[in-house]
Structures are given as structure tokens and as C-alpha cells.
Design a protein. Structure first.
Length: 717
């Protein structure tokens, strides 16, 4: 049983009877509650990038509870996707409260218990939510010190706190938090509080064992598809063969004859339900359906011309100097076009949800990154008041942006309402690929120049359909212009894309970094300079120079020492406030076009680090996942029909691909914590493209760099 389940189900005495903690909390609760409100500017600085995001409520945004038993419970709307938030977020609270980390429990992603949250994505849990949570802890500590001062009849400035015990430094008298809050309820809006300085951190900077580790390695971890309810039915849903296909006619008579099967139809939803999933699946295969399929317009080969012809009007992102003047200063000018294909999220856990309706209350266990938006969607779909809907998020088996949309939760809830029974919907792998919101295919065109001394002179950057995040340059270029036409957040004007698109780890930034850092390497070659030397010559940003120089030292960068078919590459990026420099060594088989990544060094400056081991784990995961979009992953399609149904054709990284990975965290504690989970992935396309070129002299301009594309590039070189 998880900490959340234990906390909710434990019985406590109230007025001569026993109720669960959840029931008790719903009545009044006891202990210390701290409520606080964070406005959009304080919590999330990019509201315009999330179309449809609801306004923040004008009540408390998050809270914590210090119980009479002395334990602290942290309630957050974030969810655990495998990124370690359930370990790191309690560290923030423990630090400011001055309590032992093992005395802090956490409840996540439960819309009845936790405060509203926009969702878990964008490497924002520590960067954006962390300061708010720390303020709550600091406020709670201030309230408790005032209470202790009154109890001990001493001034507050004589009190010290250690492990949840307040002590008078003069007399040694002490009182624990548990004794201060027992039987009392205190509410206070957050005010101006002082957070601890970095120099006094005790919990930050340590690496505790992950709280989810044991359950996950032993198989005890529960996901939405593991929920079992009395009388529950498993649903298998009739799906169209292509996006936009229209159902002409359907015959369910054969399926209806299967014993115990129930067929439900409401509008476009046709489902086969049975106590056992395999029986429902077998019955579904007996359904005869005819569709009118949309005409084939584009495929995975012609999509790039289609995007260039139909992209929205470009918007200027950044502009300074004069491109014309920059061209006059140039000794060499380079113009190239960079492409990337659609990419799927391909999480190990497919979209899953279990729904039940009891006493007009809808409860849905869902694998989602966005429980509160899903709650609103459920209320609208079922036409019930939002307070009648509860979304509970257990562990989520990977999201990467793809579980920001949660169609499966709506399907399960609709079917539960129609059948009057609990219903579970677990997509198979084919459904996962079909309904995924893909990272958009995109085109980047760059025209730029360099002078005779190796200084960048001008930069003309045009990105189509990927979005403009981190499209602006951080290199020193006097004359530059950056424009963007079309984005990634569901932007599909006039059917520009054949299917839905959406966020995929560091949206926009993978595409823009691949193009920029590949092009910088080409310019270095034109200038006759080493790629690292060239970057440093054109960089004044101190943080970027530091991560690049640190990476070169850790890697032992010696590009002049060539070995046949072995190459090294470098790439730099900024994302989510984090500076990253990556270097890689690859071996290329010129006969097969296969690329083996032998070693990757990643140096990251993310400001103050809360959990070093947790950060390194995320860096390693991003690097490994990045091998996929760089070398293999692309969605094949014909018109609006998805041709990839499973991992036999859509290849993700395998254990055999694992290179030697070295991660370095730059010590920069005076800078507030920035993003950690996604920044390391953005360099992987460019660093491998540059290493491949160094190995065999073939420049790859399209992601992924499959063996076939490597061989084609070798033939052109």
C-alpha cells in the first residue's frame, strides 16, 4: 500500500467513532494547515504557451499538513512519472520546516485531496513549483515558532528548530511540533517569509533512496491498469483504420452472441465489454465495420514539402542588426535545410484508466500528467458538476508529454455511466500509436556566415512547424533574424498535419538545437577551426562557456587524434533555464550505416541542485531516450493512416545501445533551481550528427539518422 493509501485509510477517533483520515480531513481536519496562493506570474511564466489553460483559482494553491502525531503530509497536484518528484518535493518541505525527511509523507495527483495544478511537464516541478512549496514550509515553521514562543514564554529569536523539535537556546526547554499542533487547527495565508540561504541547507544536496524504488523493482507498484474493482468490466473499443475515417455501417450481431459480452454504443463510441479483457477482445474481432477513409494527401516522405507550402505566416522571434550588413562581412556563407520526422512518445505503460460511479460521484484512476484538466474534461463529458468528479493518479509509466491528453479517461467514465458498472480501458500498443499526439515533423532553414577570423557575422534562422522555443541564439552574432511559422501545442491550422501533434520532451528545443548545433559545426569547418574552439570564440555567456569547458575537460577533447570510423561531436543548449554541453564518441559501420554510440559526457548547470542522484538519473534517462529520436524513431504513415503499430517497426533504444554515460553537475548554488529532466535530451541529435560527420565525413541533415540515411549520406559525401 502506498503512503497515500495508508494515509487515507487509517482510521482515527472522532466524537466517539472512527472515520478514515480522508473523511476526517473533509470535515475539518486537525493539525496545522498552511494555505497559499501563487499568481500566474509567480508560478508559471509562460501562460501564452498553453492554450486553453484555466485561470488559477483565487483560493489556496497548495498546502501541507502537520499532524498531531508529528508527521508531515505534503499534498501536491504533481504526479510521479518516474522522474523522482515524490522524493525531491518532500526534500523541499523538510528543508524549510526543519524536520527529518523520513517524517514527510506525500500525496500526489488526487483532485479531492490536492490543490489545483496545471500538470506535470516541462521540467517545472522543482523550477516553478519548488519555490511555492518552500514558502509554505517556511510559513509553517514561522507559525510554529510563534506558538512555541507562547508555550515556553520566551522571545522567538531564542528558539531553534531541529528535527521538528523547538528548543529554547538559553534554558534547553523544548517542545515538539506534534505537541504544538495537537487538537488545534490553524489557517494562515502565506505572507512574506524568508527562505533558508543555501549555506544553511541540510536536506538539499543529499541523495536519499528513491521512495518508489522498492515498489517498482519488486513489481508492487500500482498503475491505473492495475486497479481492480468489484464487478469491473474490461472495455475494448472499435477504432477507425485512419484519422478522419467515417463509419458507414456496423454489424455487431456476431459479437453479441459471445457469452457475457455487452455491446455499448453512444455516438462514435462503440465498445465491447466483458469481465475478462481477452474475451472482450475476441468478441471485438467479430464486429463487421465499413468506413469511408480520407484520401491520401501526404506520407512520411512528402510531408516536408507539404509543411513548407502550407505553414502559417512566419512570426519574427528575434531580430537585431542587418542581415545585409552581416553578409558583407562574411568570408564564407553556409545555407542548409534540416528536417525531423514525427516522433511518438511510446511509453511502456499505454494510456489506461479505470472509472466507477457511486452515489453520483465519479472516480477515475488515470495514467495522466494532468489530473485537474482531466477532471474538468470528465465533468463536461458526463455533464456533471466538477465537484462530483475525482481523479486519482497512481504511478504513471512514462509520459514525456504524451499523457497530457487523456482520452482513455473520458472513454472509461462514459462507459461506466452507460453500463452502471466500473469500467477499465487499457489501450493496446496499436491504439497508443494511433491516438498519440506526435512531436511534429518540422523544417529548419538556416543561412549564416563567418568572417576570416572565425567570428560569426550573420544568422538567418527559419523554423517551420516545430515552434520557437530556444530558437533565439546564445552565440555572439551581431546581425541576426529568427522567425517561426507554426508550433507544437496542438496547432494544426487547416489540417496542416495529418493527425494530432503535441508536446514531446522539450517541445521545439530538440528540433531547433539539432539545426543550430549542426550548422555551427559546419561553420567551424568553413573557418578551419576546431568545433569547441570555434564555439568558445563566439561565446561570451559565462555559464555556457563554463559547461562547455567542463565538458571538454571531462571528455578529454582531442579532435585531432583521428581513428578510422571513430568520431567525436559536441553540442550546446539552453533549456528551462539550464545550460547543457554534451560530447559524444561514435563508431560508424560504413557498410551497414549503423552508428554505435560509445561514450557520452553531459555537463549541466541547473543552478542549485536539490537531489544530485535524482538529477543524474534524469540526465542518464534523457541521454538514453535521446538516442531514439536521433537514430531510429520516426512515425511512418500514409495519408492519415498510421503504419507503425508496435515496436517491431517503431524502434526505441535498447539495452544493447547503452553507451558509457558520464554526467557532471556544475556547482552553482546561488542560482535558483532550474529544469533538470528534459534539458539533457535536446543535444542528442546534434551531438551525434556532428560525431558521425567527424567519423566518416558525411553530414546528416534529417532526424532520425537511420542506417539507410547514413549510407545515403556516405554516397553523397
Amino acid at each position: 500500500m502506498s503512503a497515500q493509501d495508508k494515509w487515507e485509510n487509517e482510521a482515527i477517533e472522532v466524537a466517539g467513532g472512527k472515520v478514515s483520515r480522508r473523511e476526517f480531513f473533509g470535515l475539518t481536519g486537525s493539525g496545522l494547515f498552511v494555505f497559499f496562493w501563487a499568481g500566474p506570474g509567480e508560478f508559471f511564466q509562460e501562460p501564452a504557451r498553453l492554450p486553453g489553460r484555466p485561470s488559477y483559482p483565487e483560493d489556496f494553491n497548495a498546502y501541507l499538513r502537520i499532524g498531531a502525531e508529528g508527521r508531515v503530509t505534503c499534498f501536491v497536484g504533481k504526479v510521479e512519472l518516474g522522474q523522482g518528484a515524490m522524493t525531491s518535493l518532500p526534500m523541499l518541505l523538510a528543508e524549510e520546516l526543519d524536520v527529518a525527511l523520513d517524517s514527510v509523507d506525500i500525496v500526489m495527483g488526487d483532485t479531492d485531496l490536492c490543490p489545483w495544478d496545471m500538470g506535470t511537464f516541462g521540467s517545472l516541478s522543482i523550477r516553478q513549483f519548488g519555490p511555492v512549496l518552500r514558502k509554505a514550509g517556511a510559513e509553517a515553521r514561522g507559525v510554529l515558532l510563534q506558538m512555541a514562543a507562547e508555550r515556553l514564554n520566551v522571545p522567538v529569536d531564542r528558539l531553534k528548530v531541529n528535527a521538528g523539535v523547538v528548543t529554547d537556546s538559553s534554558t534547553g526547554k523544548h517542545v515538539p511540533y506534534a505537541e504544538l499542533v495537537q487538537g488545534k487547527r490553524i489557517e494562515r495565508h502565506i505572507g512574506k517569509v524568508e527562505l533558508k540561504p543555501v549555506s544553511s541547507f541540510v536536506v538539499h544536496g543529499k541523495s536519499p533512496v528513491r521512495r518508489d524504488a522498492l515498489e517498482k523493482v519488486t513489481g508492487k507498484a500500482r498503475y491505473a491498469g492495475d486497479v481492480r474493482l468489484p464487478g469491473m468490466l474490461n472495455a475494448r473499443i472499435l477504432r477507425p483504420p485512419a484519422h478522419g475515417a467515417v463509419l458507414k455501417q456496423v454489424d455487431t450481431s456476431a459479437a453479441e452472441k459471445v457469452e457475457g459480452v455487452r455491446i455499448v454504443r453512444e455516438g462514435d463510441l462503440i465498445a465491447v465489454l466483458h469481465e475478462h479483457r481477452d474475451v472482450a477482445e475476441r468478441a471485438k474481432t467479430l464486429i463487421k465495420a465499413e468506413y469511408d477513409n480520407p484520401k491520401v494527401a501526404v506520407d512520411d516522405r512528402t510531408i516536408f514539402d507539404h509543411l513548407l507550402k502550407n505553414a502559417p505566416q512566419p512570426q519574427v522571434v528575434d531580430e537585431r542588426g542587418s542581415l545585409t550588413e552581416g553578409e558583407k562581412l562574411s568570408a564564407a556563407i553556409v545555407e542548409e535545410t534540416y528536417l525531423n520526422s514525427y516522433v511518438a512518445h511510446a511509453p511502456m505503460e499505454t494510456h489506461s484508466a479505470t472509472a466507477t460511479i457511486e452515489n453520483e460521484k465519479v472516480t477515475v484512476w488515470a495514467g495522466t500528467q494532468t489530473p485537474f484538466p482531466v477532471k474538468q474534461q470528465l465533468a463536461e463529458a458526463l455533464q456533471v458538476a466538477p465537484e462530483k468528479v475525482r481523479v486519482i493518479v497512481p504511478y504513471v509509466g512514462g509520459g514525456f508529454g504524451g499523457k497530457s491528453a487523456s482520452r482513455q479517461a473520458i472513454e472509461a467514465a462514459r462507459l461506466a455511466k452507460l453500463t452502471g458498472k466500473p469500467v477499465q480501458v487499457v489501450w493496446d500498443r496499436s491504439e497508443e500509436f494511433f491516438f498519440d499526439t506526435f512531436r511534429p515533423a518540422a523544417v529548419v532553414k538556416i543561412r549564416s556566415g563567418v568572417d576570416a577570423l572565425g567570428k560569426l557575422t550573420f544568422w538567418d534562422f527559419k523554423v517551420f512547424c516545430a515552434g520557437d522555443r530556444e530558437a533565439k541564439q546564445f552565440y555572439d552574432i551581431p546581425h541576426q533574424r529568427t522567425v517561426s511559422a507554426g508550433g507544437w501545442f496542438g496547432e494544426n491550422p487547416a489540417g496542416l498535419h495529418p493527425f494530432a501533434i503535441g508536446p514531446w520532451r522539450a517541445p521545439s528545443v530538440n528540433t531547433n538545437t539539432f539545426a543550430r548545433e549542426s550548422h555551427i559545426d559546419i561553420l567551424a569547418g568553413k573557418a578551419g577551426m576546431d568545433p569547441v574552439e570555434f564555439r568558445l570564440k563566439n561565446l561570451s555567456d559565462k555559464r555556457m562557456r563554463t559547461v562547455l569547458q567542463t565538458a571538454a575537460h571531462q571528455f578529454g577533447w582531442k579532435p585531432a587524434q583521428k581513428q578510422k570510423r571513430l568520431g567525436v561531436g559536441v553540442s550546446c543548449a539552453i533549456y528551462s533555464g539550464t545550460y547543457v554541453a554534451t560530447m559524444a564518441e561514435v563508431a560508424v559501420d560504413e557498410r551497414t550505416g549503423t552508428v554505435q554510440v560509445k561514450r557520452v559526457v553531459c555537463v549541466q548547470d541547473q543552478g542549485v541542485t536539490v537531489n544530485p542522484d535524482g538529477s543524474r538519473q534524469q540526465m542518464e534517462g534523457s541521454i538514453m531516450m535521446g538516442l531514439g529520436y536521433a537514430l531510429a524513431e520516426e512515425v511512418r504513415f500514409r495519408g492519415r493512416e498510421i503504419l507503425d503499430h508496435n515496436f517491431d517497426s517503431y524502434e526505441i533504444p535498447r539495452f544493447s545501445w547503452l553507451p558509457r554515460i558520464e554526467t557532471v553537475l556544475v556547482d552553482n548554488p546561488e542560482v535558483p533551481a532550474s529544469g533538470c529532466g528534459e534539458p539533457p535530451i535536446v543535444n542528442m541529435g546534434a551531438v551525434l550528427a556532428n560525431a558521425i560527420y567527424d567519423a566518416v565525413g558525411a553530414r546528416l541533415l534529417q532526424l532520425p539518422m537511420t542506417p539507410a540515411r547514413v549510407k545515403a549520406a556516405l554516397q553523397r559525401s
